[in-house]
Each structure stands twice: as C-alpha cells, then as structure tokens.
Design a protein around this ligand. Structure first.
Ligand code: ZN
Length: 139
C-alpha cells in the first residue's frame, strides 16, 4: 500500500470565507501515484472546516448568512469561550456545523466526486496562517 501526506497552508484575509481547493487536492492525488484508494482532507485547526458542496457563489453567500444567523460574531461577550480572552467563540460553532473533514474515493487516479461536488476550505477565524492535512492511501 502506498501513502502520501501533504500539508497545505491557507491565510484567508477575511474572518469568514471559503476557498475552492479541489485542484490542489487532485494535484496531491497525482503526486501520490495512487490509482485506487482514499483521500482524507482536514484542517488542523478547530476554527476551520473542510467540506464538499457546490462551487456556486450564491450558495456560499447563503451559507455565510445562515452561519452568521446561527452564531453571530458580535457581541463577542455572548460566548463563554471568549472569557479566555479570545474572540472566536462563534468560529468554533461554525466549524462544527460545517464539519471537520472529508474522505473522497480515488478511482483510476482521480477524485471520484459527484458531478457538482467540489472540496472547500472553510475559514471562520481568518487573517492568520492555518494548515490543512491531505492523507492519501491506496495502491
Ligand atoms: Zn477559541
């Protein structure tokens, strides 16, 4: 069995935003040389997400509005977590609902995604450098 590990770094200029990362993940699959296997992708931070959905701008705006309604950033005093001196209580909650990781099958050397499925990095406490792990196993 082959395995390939890669770390991607993102520094998103906004507090909350989504980055389309399917091409970078497919590049990692090619580097791995794996034709049949599995690809795990997860952020190594508890205020960011990796998720799969449509690469459509209106939907992304809908997600941001929905998440902000569920867990508004302001006032920061509403979150007990922020008693630690942080201001990212909302970001931990947004990350939880958008998910930690994705696992995608690799078939014939390619990510075996559905027609409209794309992989995104979701940032909820940006303006700093964060890592995403890509782990590929198979043969
Ligand atoms: Zn925190």
């Amino acid at each position: 069995m082959k395995s390939h590990t890669k770390y991607l770094t993102f520094n998103v200029p906004k507090r909350m935003d989504f980055v389309h990362i399917t091409p970078q993940i497919q590049d990692a699959v090619v580097e791995s040389g794996v034709a049949e296997g599995l690809c795990l992708v997860n952020p190594m931070h508890i205020t960011a997400s990796v998720f799969i959905n449509d690469n459509e701008g209106g939907l992304h705006e809908d997600y941001k509005r929905w998440l902000e309604n569920l867990a508004p950033h302001e006032p920061i005093s509403q979150y007990k977590h922020n008693r630690t001196g942080e201001d990212n209580g909302d970001a931990h909650l947004k990350r939880q609902i958008m998910g930690r990781e994705v696992v995608v099958a690799i078939t014939n050397g390619k990510l075996d995604l559905g027609t409209w499925e794309r992989i995104f990095y979701g940032e909820f406490d940006g303006r700093r450098s964060k890592r995403v792990l890509v782990k590929i196993i198979g043969e």
